[in-house]
Design a protein around this ligand. Sequence first.
Ligand code: NAG
Length: 369
Amino acid sequence: MANSSSPGCVLLAATMALGVVLLASPAESARAFFVFGDSLVDNGNNNYLMSTARADSPPYGIDYPTHQATGRFSNGLNIPDIISEHLGAEPTLPYLSPELHGEKLLVGANFASAGVGILNDTGIQFIEMVRMSRQLQYFHEYQGKLRAVVGASQATQIVSRALVLITLGGNDFVNNYFFMPFSLRSLQFSLPNYVRYLISEYKKILVRLYDMGARRVLVTGTGPLGCAPAQLARSRGGECDAGLMRAAELFNPQLSRALQELNARYGSGTFIAANTFRIHFDFISDPAAYGFQTATEACCGQGPHNGIGLCTALSNVCTDRDQYVFWDAYHPTERANRIIVSQFMTGSLDYISPLNLGTALHIDAALMD
Ligand SMILES: *[C@@H]1O[C@H](CO)[C@@H](O)[C@H](O)[C@H]1NC(C)=O
């Protein structure tokens, strides 16, 4: 996959001319893809853990190609799956899957785990999870396995040419600072100071990724956390939760500034900031403009806004999932995920900076030939 020769050049010229990405043979030409973070991007690692944050039973997966619950927190494909489609690759396997060996390692791996945050003490109520320090340790372990299959120099190249996605931060607010009144972190920090602490810890994680060979890292901020159906269900007038909105409004701009600082050190475009707050806020402001009937009701759940408790076999499930932004109380439907990824691919600088993923993939493809 790394040393595709002249046919690749011809194809590249053709695709550049057309302005579209076409891949001859996904298995040979797609770059590797690595995924880190929380439930928004977990492909099923938690299925292998004693976790209460899991999506491995119906109706999760109701619209997945196999119609099976896989551990993805959606009705169908999630954000990493749709990015894999754009890469012309099969979905990455969860790192904990026993199927991840041999040639499959070349596709990449998904290390994400529902419930985790930037901080070690986030999500402890879910009991077991793969915390960020462990996700990075697994990435190190993965690289050893990859070297055993393709040799050291190829392995280094596969990692440096890979696309990396990391999604973190929501749980540090929802399942830590704001999880209950007088949480330890809220007694320890004012919200602005907590955000500063999160950003400083997040930077360490990103530097470690760079040190482990990552060179193209898509970093998503948090959505408008306070407007998730789970929060709307709890608020009196059904309005967005003010504390969580303030958290997201403090966190996202500081994250994007931190990424600018890292890019000044490591090279522009090493870290790409995706403004998921803005993308999601567009859905909330005008759902109809995106073909949604609602951005305030979850498709699967119970109670007000279908936002109380978990999505289970006993929940109400909407019939037309494509009409909903939210699948469950926190996570988007496949259709919302598709719009989110299309903004990553082609969005303007307000949505993704310093360059969009489509442009990054073009530039990288040219360098790889
Ligand atoms: C989180 O836990 C890991 C592993 O125990 C440790 O190495 C790391 O320093 C911890 N991070 C923080 C911020 O305490």
